[in-house]
Design a protein around this ligand. Structure first.
Ligand code: NAP
Length: 247
């Protein structure tokens, strides 16, 4: 139980990596405020699974890219839970296209969710998290933001931006005992990668030294490390979890 008596806000947590993080946090004793945007039934199902660990769990429908929606949701979470210790910015989207064909709309949409969404949540929760004895911000970036990736100008830029945001938040909040770190996954098996053609999946497996895609639970294990006292002297760090794909 690494997170007993902590409250964590996790965005995009009704499925995929966010859900795995929420379940792993709950297993470690954290109360969970789960933010989602799409399917309420999926969010309700995840809430029930979280409650199975004996922790408090609530779900909030919120578009993290919208300043006002993010603010009212963060305010509602603080009112309901009393305080927040940990924020995980996991919500993310892709709109892949070669730059020559990428629309302004697709560029803006990805930047708005992946980067501005994280800023909005950090901005609206920071006063509460600053009061925690061991506040934590965790941002889910991507190796795409570190190495670049053809067809992902928008996504790579948003994830590289998250790395800059992570380092700045780390510097601004360190004096309050709050850390901010980022996790950079490679290819992880979720809905986001489910649509990749089989040929691409085979290329990925061949290119990754550990010869397979990662599992959401493996990312969640790293998130527990960053959320807990285990990482008390680490801030402004980006850890890749990619099977050695980008060494
Ligand atoms: P996913 O299965 O597609 O889930 C994305 C989550 O983000 C969903 O829960 C979705 O909510 C939520 N979301 C999307 N737009 C939102 C918005 N405007 N406001 C609030 N929530 C929103 O993706 P995933 O694979 O788990 O990815 C999670 C994170 O890891 C993302 O930031 C992604 O970029 C990053 N990542 C993933 C991989 C990978 O290989 N899978 C690799 C590197 C980085 P709903 O369920 O309600 O639609």
């Amino acid at each position: 139980m690494f997170l007993g008596n902590k409250t964590a806000v996790i965005t995009g947590a009704s499925r995929g990596i966010g859900k795995a993080i929420a379940l792993k946090f709950a297993e470690n004793g954290a109360n969970i405020a789960l933010i989602y945007i799409g399917d309420s039934a999926e969010a309700e199902q995840t809430k029930a699974e979280l409650q199975g660990f004996g922790v408090k769990a609530e779900i909030y429908n919120c578009d993290v890219s919208d300043w006002g929606s993010a603010k009212s949701t963060c305010d509602a979470v603080i009112k309901e839970f009393g305080s927040v210790d940990i924020a995980v910015n996991n919500a993310g989207i892709i709109r892949d296209q070669l730059l020559l064909r990428m629309s302004e709309e697709d560029f803006d949409a990805v930047l708005n969710v992946n980067l501005k969404g994280a800023f909005n949540i950090i901005r609206h929760l920071s006063r509460s998290i600053m009061k925690s004895p061991a506040g934590r911000f965790i941002n889910i970036t991507s190796v795409s933001g570190m190495m670049g990736n053809a067809g992902q100008a928008n996504y790579s830029a948003s994830k590289a931006g998250l790395i800059g945001l992570t380092k700045t938040v780390a510097k601004e909040f360190a004096s309050k005992g709050v850390t901010c770190n980022a996790i950079a996954p490679g290819f992880i098996e979720t809905d986001m990668t489910a649509g990749l053609p089989q040929s691409v999946k085979e290329q990925v497996n061949a290119a990754v030294p550990l010869k397979r895609m990662g599992e959401a639970e493996e990312v969640a294990n790293l998130a527990v490390f960053f959320a807990s006292e285990l990482s008390s002297y680490i801030t402004g760090e980006i850890i890749k979890i990619d099977g050695g794909m980008y060494i």
